[in-house]
Design a protein around this ligand. Structure first.
Ligand SMILES: [Zn+2]
Length: 259
């Protein structure tokens, strides 16, 4: 059983209910209604508290995690719920004609039907069509069994937890970076559109990066302007050492002081 691969984890958007708590629904088999239906996955207060520090596994099927208000899906992991495999074993083991090739396809269909029946009776949540069930039965009859979820969970519990954390934290980091970049572009465009002094673009770009898109006096990120430390009129130049970012308010204050 190979270790869990990073690519098998997918971070879902941050879902909140009306109270700001994470809320999540899964498509589950409804044994009574005999159909799949969306059902909310209950999250306890304890889990809500813990998930701020440690990933919490949400469903009995170890496929969904909650960490820092984000849901993580174990995707593409070639494993099936233990309940499912148990039923598959029950259905397939009881066959008396494993190698009866002539009857094989009819046996497959028969067993798949029986399996479907058992799954709905036991309320095992699965989204599988008839042909997928038949495939499982066909393979099991040849001795190829799906992996159990519990193997995935139990063989590498620490690694899986680490990978869930890593997936969420990387997602947060890359979203932060995106947000900052978009902000910088928008601010830069706004400033560039109304140049007060003909400062070359590469100088403005350099100053913007150096001053991190903030007013060097008060640190705010609103209404920024490129300011000449020594005004051009007083012999200042357009070099990066003489240009800084100031917000409109700080720039006006400075102007008043000099004037
Ligand atoms: Zn300022």
């Amino acid at each position: 059983m190979p270790p869990v691969k990073k690519k098998t984890l997918k971070v879902l958007p941050d879902y909140r209910d009306g109270n700001g708590n994470p809320g999540f629904s899964l498509r589950r088999w409804d044994g009574h209604a005999k159909q799949y239906a969306w059902a909310p996955v209950p999250i306890t207060d304890d889990e809500l508290r813990i998930q701020v520090r440690e990933p919490v596994r949400l469903s009995s099927e170890p496929k969904y995690w909650l960490y820092r208000n984000r849901f993580v899906v174990e995707e593409g992991a070639a494993s099936m719920p233990d309940d499912f495999i148990h039923l598959l074993e029950t259905v397939v083991e009881s066959t008396e004609a494993r190698h009866d090739l002539l009857r094989r396809e009819s046996i497959v269909r028969e067993k798949a039907k029986a399996l479907e029946q058992r799954l709905s009776e036991e309320g095992v949540p699965l989204q599988m069509r008839s042909f997928e069930l038949e495939n499982c039965v066909r393979q099991a009859l040849s001795g190829i069994w799906p992996k159990r979820h519990s193997e995935l969970a139990i063989s590498y519990p620490e690694e899986l937890t680490l990978r869930v954390k890593h997936a969420v934290l990387s997602e947060e980091k890359s979203l932060d970076k995106l947000r900052r970049e978009v902000e910088a572009f928008e601010n830069f465009e706004r400033i560039g559109a109304t140049p007060r002094e003909p400062i070359p673009e590469h100088i403005r770009m350099f100053v913007w990066q150096r001053d991190r898109g903030c007013c060097v006096k008060c640190g705010c990120q609103e209404r920024l302007e490129f300011d000449h430390v020594i005004p051009l009129a007083k012999g200042g130049s357009n070099t990066e050492r003489n240009v800084q970012l100031l917000c409109e308010a700080c720039n006006r204050t400075k102007g008043a002081g000099i004037g």
